[in-house]
Design a protein around this ligand. Structure first.
Ligand SMILES: Cc1ncc(COP(=O)(O)O)c(C=O)c1O
Length: 389
């Protein structure tokens, strides 16, 4: 009997070792891991550079309070700002904390301008921004908010892709639009470039802020450091987490200089956020991702993976409806419920994870190689063949 609460539907499967793209059970069974902790282990399991960074730092200093300077955090913030739109960073520990912080920053910005009534956040209906009370209300999902009332106010919603509704929902109380450029949990739904551009224009016209939640699709996962870069736009606030820690819990909110001015001492904080141990790992992740050729390899592997997946789709059009995604945040949408298909992939030692709209999410490490991609493709093809017979 487990003493853990039953809030997860766990598989009867556990692992004792991970190396790169693979997980191993105690009994020695080897699984190709295309979940990677849900887009967390950006460099695979036990990446040597990360192991070295964590070992080195763990012998020096783990944690100090944010009331002191933390050079490792200064360094990571410098790396993040030098590579992105942002001028300032606040470190957190998770994605939900990062999105919450993003909401706080947006509200505080208008408060600092004397416009405290401008505090509502407009989000896509049934999006995903985490599991805290504010984040579930931001998602507007009935399933996620059920039983967790009272409803937290301050959020409005529009349907994915409905720009008419989006424009209608903006009032003089709207502070920001918050969206995921690629909706991960929602089913790897990529917001088209033209749409992101349009939303940026709307925000500029209405003088409201644009928050792009890159918790799942950021940190190189799309083949660019941030997925919104494909649209050639600049956001005002970006929450990140998952991939930046490579398996160590790190979250952060990135913001422009203009917006950051509102975050004066005492406005936000976190005991653990930005501690030396976490920051050392984050720095090592950034160094790997910005090594020459790393992101272009993500893109070329992605092109290969997507084109091969489409070949499988064309072979089995009655099973696979659509191949979705950008970079290495990919989805296979089935015509029917994906539960059995995911179970069959697992039986063949390939780990994947579900998302909305009958989608099987494929999230390999960003440094996955062609041989591993081919192994994954072979298993997907085999499971499709078995379905047909
Ligand atoms: C887009 C997005 N935002 C926020 C979160 C919440 O992150 P966490 O689970 O680390 O709190 C997630 C998690 O899946 C996510 O995909």
């Amino acid at each position: 009997m487990s003493s853990l609460a039953k809030n997860y539907k766990r598989r009867n499967l556990s692992f004792s070792k991970g190396r790169g793209s693979f997980l191993y059970t105690k009994g020695g069974a080897k699984f190709l891991d295309f979940v990677q902790g849900i887009a967390v282990n950006s460099l695979g399991h036990t990446n040597p550079s990360l192991v070295q960074a964590i070992n080195k730092q763990s012998n020096k200093l783990w944690h100090v309070s944010n009331s002191f300077k933390i050079p490792e955090g200064e360094e990571l913030a410098r790396k993040l700002t030098s590579k992105t739109f942002a001028s300032a960073v606040i470190f957190q520990n998770s994605g939900a904390e990062a999105t919450e912080a993003a909401i706080k920053v947006a509200r505080r910005y208008f408060y600092s301008l004397g416009q405290s009534k401008k505090n509502r956040i407009l989000c896509i209906k049934n999006s995903f921004h985490g599991r805290t009370i504010a984040a579930i209300n931001a998602s507007g999902s009935k399933k996620m908010t059920e039983g967790f009332g009272p409803k937290v106010g301050g959020f409005d919603h529009f349907e994915f892709g409905n720009h008419v509704e989006l424009k209608k929902k903006i009032t003089n109380k709207t502070a920001a639009i918050m969206i995921e450029p690629i909706m991960g949990e929602g089913g790897i739904k990529v917001i088209p470039t033209w749409c992101l551009k349009e939303i940026r224009k709307i925000c500029d016209k209405k003088k409201i802020l644009l928050i792009l939640d890159e918790v799942q699709c950021g940190i190189g996962r799309s083949g660019k450091f941030f997925s919104y870069e494909y649209a050639n736009i600049k956001p005002d606030i970006v929450p990140i987490a998952k991939g930046i820690g490579g398996g160590f819990p790190i979250g952060a909110v990135l913001m422009t200089k203009k917006v950051s001015k509102a975050m004066v001492p005492g406005t936000h904080g976190s005991t653990f956020g930005g501690n030396p141990l976490a920051m050392s790992v984050g720095n090592a992740v950034m160094d790997e991702i910005f090594k020459k050729g790393f992101l272009s390899r993500v893109k070329s592997n992605s092109r290969y993976f997507i084109s091969e997946l489409n070949k499988i789709k064309n072979k089995f059009p009655k099973i696979i409806k659509e191949i979705r995604g950008v970079g290495l945040i990919l989805g296979i949408q089935l015509h029917h419920d994906q539960t059995k298909f995911i179970d069959d992939l697992l039986k063949n030692k390939l780990l994947t994870i579900r998302a909305g709209e009958n989608v099987i999410r494929i999230l390999p490490p960003l440094n996955v190689n062609k041989k591993e991609i081919n192994l994954g493709l072979k298993i997907i093809n085999k499971v499709c063949t078995e379905y047909k017979n």
